[in-house]
Design a protein around this ligand. Structure first.
Ligand SMILES: [Zn+2]
Length: 269
C-alpha cells in the first residue's frame, strides 16, 4: 500500500519515529485488534488504537452506557446514556479516524462464541471487569495461539501483563483459578479511581502497538503493578508454570469453558 497525502500528515508523528516509520505505520494499518469490553480499560485503548490507525478494530460488549460509567469510561458521553456501548464507542473511534474499520459485537463473550470472535484478529485486549471473563479470554487465547493483553483495575491499583504464545506465562500460570466469591469484594463497594482506567488501558494500547510494529520489550514474563497512592510501578518477573492447566506441558483444559456466572462485577468495566 502507499500512503495518501492525508495519511502522511495524519501519521506524521509516528512516521518520524525510527521505530515506527512508514513500515511500522503500514503494519498498524494492516493489523486487526479485538477489544473485549468497552469500559474503563477498553475506552482509552480503543481511542488510542483508532487514532494510531489500527486498520481493523473489533469491539465486544453486551452492555448499554450507564450514567455511573461516565466517571471513567471516557469514550462515552452523557448523551450516550442507554445507547449500546459498542455503538457509542464506534462513533467516537470513526470520528477520530475515518481510515479505520470498526466491527461491533453487542454480545456477552462466552465459551460458545469466543473462539469464533478472536479468530479474525491478530491481538486481543482484555478490558473486562470480572474473573470468569478473564480466565475465559486467557484460555481461549492460549488454545487459539493468540497474543493478548491482560489488565485489571480496582480502587487505586492496576495491573498488566502480556501473553504471547511460546514466550512466558499465561494469566492462569500466575493466578491459577478465580478467587472464591467470598474472597472478592463486591465491586460496587470497592470503587475505582477514574484515571486508573486511563493509565492502564493506555498501557494496553502501548503493548498492542509494540507487538504490531515488533519493537521494544513486551510485558511477557512480567506482571506490572501500579499503586497510584504511593505512585509506585513494580515489575514482577514471573515464569511459565510447566503444570499450568492450559499452557503447561500436559494441559487439562483443551477448550474454553465458562465459570459460574460472574460473582463480582468489578468496577473496571
Ligand atoms: Zn499458563
Amino acid at each position: 500500500m502507499s500512503f495518501t497525502d492525508e495519511q502522511l500528515e495524519r501519521y506524521s508523528r509516528h512516521i518520524l519515529l525510527k521505530e515506527v516509520g512508514t513500515k511500522g505505520q503500514k503494519k498498524l494499518l494492516e493489523s486487526r485488534v479485538l477489544i473485549i469490553g468497552a469500559g474503563g480499560l477498553g475506552a482509552p485503548a480503543a481511542l488510542y488504537l483508532a487514532a494510531a490507525g489500527v486498520g481493523k478494530i473489533g469491539i465486544a460488549d453486551a452492555d448499554a452506557v450507564d450514567l455511573s460509567n461516565l466517571q471513567r469510561q471516557v469514550i462515552h458521553s452523557t448523551p450516550d446514556v442507554n445507547k449500546p456501548k459498542v455503538l457509542s464507542a464506534k462513533e467516537k473511534m470513526t470520528a477520530i479516524n475515518p481510515d479505520i474499520e470498526v466491527t461491533t459485537y453487542q454480545t456477552f463473550v462466552s465459551a460458545a462464541n469466543i473462539l469464533d470472535l478472536i479468530s479474525g484478529y491478530d491481538f486481543i485486549i482484555d478490558g473486562t471487569d470480572n474473573f470468569p471473563a478473564k480466565f475465559l479470554i486467557n484460555d481461549a487465547c492460549v488454545i487459539a495461539k493468540k497474543p493478548f493483553s491482560h489488565a485489571g483495575i480496582i480502587r487505586f491499583q492496576g495491573q498488566l501483563m502480556t501473553y504471547v504464545p511460546g514466550r512466558g506465562p499465561c494469566y492462569r500460570c500466575v493466578f491459577q483459578n478465580p478467587p472464591p466469591p467470598e474472597a472478592v469484594p463486591t465491586c460496587r463497594q470497592a470503587g475505582v479511581i477514574g484515571a486508573m482506567g486511563g493509565i492502564i488501558g493506555s498501557l494496553q494500547a502501548m503493548e498492542t502497538v509494540k507487538y504490531i510494529i515488533g519493537k521494544g520489550d513486551l510485558l511477557t514474563g512480567s506482571l506490572l503493578t501500579y499503586n497510584a497512592l504511593t505512585m509506585e510501578f513494580r515489575k514482577i518477573r514471573l515464569p511459565r508454570r510447566d503444570s499450568c492447566a492450559v499452557c503447561g506441558n500436559t494441559p487439562a483444559i483443551l477448550e474454553p469453558f465458562d465459570y459460574e456466572e460472574a460473582v463480582c462485577d468489578l468496577p473496571t468495566g
